[in-house]
Design a protein around this ligand. Structure first.
Ligand code: FPP
Length: 260
């Protein structure tokens, strides 16, 4: 038996190995994963279905990913469910999405509670009905003591909105402005900055999501449309993440030792 002259580059090894890397090496598991769930409309249109049914299947995909994150030990999952800009969609589609959120809050909260998931809804909730705000408060209260996974659902959320409201809240305290002060007033201040951002649906952009917190986040883009995004596809993103070298603006440890 000959061993190969050159070792295979990592991505090929990765495809050949059966187990996702985070199962072998828990330290490579991201603590916080943020997701832009894109592609529901195209998924539906390709099946000659109305766009709204893409969102319904999107909820099913989300349920599987939440359960998976709770099982494998991801501590924070943040999903972009409705952006500040999504109000410009056709009224019927906006209504479908609102109905889906209400139904999901009513139906899924007990299940989330069972799975140890704590639900937090982040965004400018002033735009929503009293009924919706009441349901959100109830679901958050029901899951308040859970510690397995924090599920942040971004609703009527935009990164610019968040930075502006944080700056305004900080100014109202009279404190001297600082990066740490702004971070403390962001809607997602209770979660660490994401280690990994996944965007499905083939577009390569941030779309006004978590602009402050994504400064050093690893980005992962996939063509898979959100309703098809499975736990296996999530694991592939984690495997890719496990091979990233994070530097946070510094230099790799070996180089920094050599320079000393
Ligand atoms: C983007 O796909 C998706 C959205 C704007 C909505 C995402 C919402 C869900 C998956 C439902 C989440 C539900 C709960 C309960 C949190 P798109 O419509 O822009 O797709 P396209 O790019 O193919 O048109």
């Amino acid at each position: 038996m000959h061993s190969p002259v050159f070792p295979l580059p990592r991505p090929q090894l990765q495809r050949m190995s059966k187990k996702p890397d985070h199962k072998r090496e828990p330290s490579t598991l991201p603590r916080h994963v943020a997701v832009v769930m894109d592609g529901n409309g195209r998924w539906a249109q390709r099946r000659f279905l109305p766009r709204s049914s893409g969102h319904k299947f999107g909820v099913d995909a989300l349920k599987k990913i939440v359960r998976h994150c709770a099982e494998i030990g991801v501590a924070h999952l943040t999903v972009f469910a409705f952006s500040s800009e999504n109000w410009t969609r056709p009224a019927e589609e906006v209504q479908t999405l609102m109905d889906l959120f209400v139904k999901a809050l009513q139906r899924e909260s007990p299940e989330l509670a069972k799975q140890g998931v704590r639900l937090r809804v982040v965004g400018d909730l002033s735009a929503f009905s009293d009924e919706m705000r009441g349901l959100i408060a109830q679901s958050e209260a029901l899951t308040r003591d859970n510690t397995t996974l924090v599920l942040n659902v971004a609703l009527n959320y935009g990164g610019r909105w968040d930075m502006l409201q944080a700056a305004q809240a900080l100014a109202a305290t009279g404190e001297v402005p600082s990066a740490e002060g702004i971070a403390r007033h962001l809607a997602l201040a209770h979660s660490p900055d994401p280690d990994l951002l996944i965007r499905t649906g083939g577009e390569h952009r941030i779309s006004n999501f978590m602009l402050w917190q994504l400064a050093y986040t690893e980005l992962y883009f996939t063509d898979i449309l959100w309703p098809d995004f499975s736990p296996e596809a999530f694991d592939a993103a984690l495997t890719d993440f496990a091979h990233r070298q994070r530097r946070f603006g510094g230099v790799p440890e070996a180089k920094s030792r050599a320079a000393a």
